[in-house]
Design a binder for this molecule. Structure first.
Ligand code: GRF
Length: 193
């Protein structure tokens, strides 16, 4: 897509999707984290600009709007045109979608619309699913409900734990997410208008 030049990846944790995106040669202009995490170290190792927008408050007093405005400011400073959330664990306010609507991607560890939310792997396992997977989709104000760009299926195996199943899913995410980003950059995959 010709108008996408600068991609930002948002992380909160181990950052293995970020790592896969970088290893696949996707140009990443900025990494944003909401807490100190391995994702920031990965950015540093790759010489990529990184911003720690530390959330600090995880309680009822969290000012989601002010935090979202801070994130929008960072994106504007770095002239970002596409955001790829990769395990980013803060829900941003609707303002982010006014500023970057249709230009925010997310990866979710289930075959959406099944198992939305932050316990997707546990819910699939406890729900007795025979298969689950991952979904790359456009993020919208409705959590885990935006247009789907790509999915990969993963079997649930006997004796699976949340950890073993999540790792099998993440193995697929680490292939699919870079592919989707590359396809968008090359024009092979059009983002919904
Ligand atoms: C992924 O499974 C993603 O779908 C979920 O968080 C995980 C991030 O893993 N939202 P990592 O930080 O990229 O290793």
């Amino acid at each position: 897509m010709e108008n996408i030049k600068n991609i930002a990846v948002f992380v909160s944790g181990s950052g293995t999707n970020l790592e896969a995106i970088l290893d696949a040669g996707v140009p990443v202009a900025l990494v944003v984290a909401d807490r100190p995490c391995r994702g920031l170290e990965i950015a540093k190792e790759h010489g990529i600009a990184a911003e720690l927008a530390e959330r600090g408050n995880f309680g009822a007093g969290f000012d989601r709007e002010a935090y979202t405005q801070k994130i929008i400011g960072l994106l504007q400073t770095h002239q970002i045109d596409l955001v790829a959330m990769a395990g980013f664990m803060t829900i941003l306010s609707d303002s982010i979608f006014q500023a970057y609507g249709g230009r925010i991607l997310n990866t979710h560890p289930s075959l959406l619309p099944l198992f939305k939310g932050d316990k997707a792997v546990k819910d699939a396992l406890e729900g007795g699913a025979m298969e689950t997977g991952c979904t790359i989709h456009i993020a919208t104000p409705d959590l885990d409900a935006g247009p789907i760009l790509a999915q990969a299926k993963v079997p649930v195996m006997p004796g699976d734990t949340v950890e073993s199943l999540h790792e099998r899913i993440k193995t697929e995410e680490r292939k699919l997410y870079p592919k989707v980003l590359k396809d968008i950059l090359s024009g092979n995959l059009a983002l919904p208008a």
